[in-house]
Write a protein that binds this ligand. Structure first.
Ligand SMILES: C[S@@+](CC[C@H](N)C(=O)[O-])C[C@H]1O[C@@H](n2cnc3c(N)ncnc32)[C@H](O)[C@@H]1O
Length: 417
């Protein structure tokens, strides 16, 4: 950097101290014009490539600036080393690198779960840490959730982006036939197999009413249950999810196409070709789609329904509960909808602290096997079956950070109200 450039930087810094020097403050328009006059090109750049400006080959620069970019662009520490080497290839020997940003391995994400207390919108995304040391990362997540705000040196910020959950994006990202994450990572096959076993083959769990809690706009949870229950009641917190679900139930043309998933379930049941009959059976059995909030004592308030024979819930509690205590309460609240001796069937992912839908990131309370066991038992259930598996496909950190799947079958004890 030449002396001239350094002097210029000092001058700019003085201008930033504008409060004390009003004569500089007034020059802001010239400053804007100067920036516009000096920034001559905006180029595509990818710091993970050996030549970040590929296919261009520019003359080597005198100076590189990079602010708040490298931490986002590097997926782990090794790639951070590579990124620095790559950007260095753009610079003259003896040239300068000027870089700035924030310190720390945690990145703060945004929670949007609708039922969370405003003012407690928080979630963390473990990034660098997660790739290398899963256990340490999980510990940090636990500490974070148990700690009062701002302790443990963990920074976080609040963001509230109401109404951001887009059901179509959710379904496409997680259940899309070509690239849905929950299909490619083995979740759906795992859950469908266990639901099939529970409802139609070995388990033989049947009855009149089954309530699915936090159905979202998904129908895969009904595919085996519809063979064993007279009525399925679907529920969800958000209007948009319930509307999207109704599109499918009413066979509207703009509804999500679940046929690939329905065929998979039929294949498990022995006849893939029966998928149209299966869709018809689901539509006939799901008789109501109700508003539900698991944070309320009666999640279906103001309705009081006859107690159900079975409760089913997949991928809901982690999203609906703001911390571990809320998981304990939600299970008790849900249990109030169930007959003594009735069944609770639960499935989902383990350890997820967030998931992404479209461009929005939603916070989760990470569920682990020990937490699930304790909370389900404390809510008055006897656990009959608990199966977990690691996922079979690396989950892109841009979408979520879970490490496995679980399935649980439990029975409400007869002496529980
Ligand atoms: C990740 S989605 C899962 C949807 C569906 N069960 C599935 O397996 O695809 C989480 C769902 O929980 C619902 N949810 C969030 N807060 C809730 C609450 N307080 N009570 C009930 N459901 C809630 C959301 O609206 C959303 O549909």
């Amino acid at each position: 950097m030449t002396l001239q450039v350094i002097q210029k930087l000092k001058l700019d810094q003085l201008e930033l101290e504008a409060e004390k020097k009003p004569q500089f403050r007034d020059k802001w328009m010239q400053k804007e014009a100067k920036v516009r006059g000096t920034v001559k090109r905006i180029l595509k750049c990818d710091v993970t490539r050996s030549n970040p400006l590929e296919p261009l080959l520019l003359p080597a620069a005198d100076c590189l600036l990079s602010f708040l970019c490298l931490q986002v662009a590097s997926k782990d520490e090794d790639s951070f080393y590579c990124v620095l080497k790559n950007i260095s290839s753009l610079l003259k020997p003896g040239g300068y690198l000027v870089t700035g940003g924030v310190l720390g391995g945690l990145e703060v994400g945004f929670d949007l779960a609708p039922a969370w207390d405003p003012g407690d919108y928080r979630a963390i995304i473990i990034k660098h840490l997660y790739y290398k040391e899963r256990q340490a990362a999980e510990q940090r997540v636990k500490e974070f959730h148990q700690s009062p705000k701002g302790q443990n040196g963990i920074r976080f910020q609040y963001h509230k982006l109401p109404g951001a959950f887009n059901p179509k994006d959710y379904l496409e990202t997680y259940y899309g036939a070509e690239s849905g994450l929950l299909i490619s990572d083995g979740y759906l096959q795992f859950i469908l197999k266990n639901l099939y076993k529970t409802f139609t083959s070995a388990g033989d769990i049947k009855g009149d009413i089954l309530v699915d809690i936090g159905s979202g706009a998904s129908i895969y949870t009904f595919l085996s249950a519809c063979e064993s229950f007279t009525e399925i009641i679907a529920t969800d917190y958000t209007d948009r999810n319930r509307q999207e679900l109704k599109l499918w139930l009413n066979k509207e043309p703009e509804a999500f196409d679940w046929s690939a998933v329905v065929k998979l379930a039929c294949e498990l049941e022995g006849d893939r070709d029966k998928w149209t009959e299966k869709e018809a059976k689901v539509r006939e059995t799901v008789k109501r789609v109700l508003k539900c909030d698991v944070t309320r004592n009666n999640p279906l308030e103001p309705l009081m329904l006859p107690a159900a024979d079975c409760l089913l819930t997949c991928l809901c509690l982690q999203a609906a509960c703001k911390n571990e205590d809320a998981v304990y309460s939600a299970l008790k609240n849900m249990s109030s909808l169930l007959k003594p001796g009735g069944y609770l069937v639960m499935g989902g992912v383990l350890g997820s602290t967030f998931y992404t839908v479209g461009h929005k990131t939603f916070g989760n309370t990470p569920l682990h096997k020990d937490l699930l066991e304790k909370a389900i038992s404390e809510a008055g259930f006897e656990i009959l079956e608990l199966v977990t598996q690691n996922h079979t496909y690396p989950v892109p950190i841009t979408l979520s950070d879970y490490y496995g799947h679980y399935f649980i079958l439990a029975r409400k004890q007869s002496n529980t109200s």
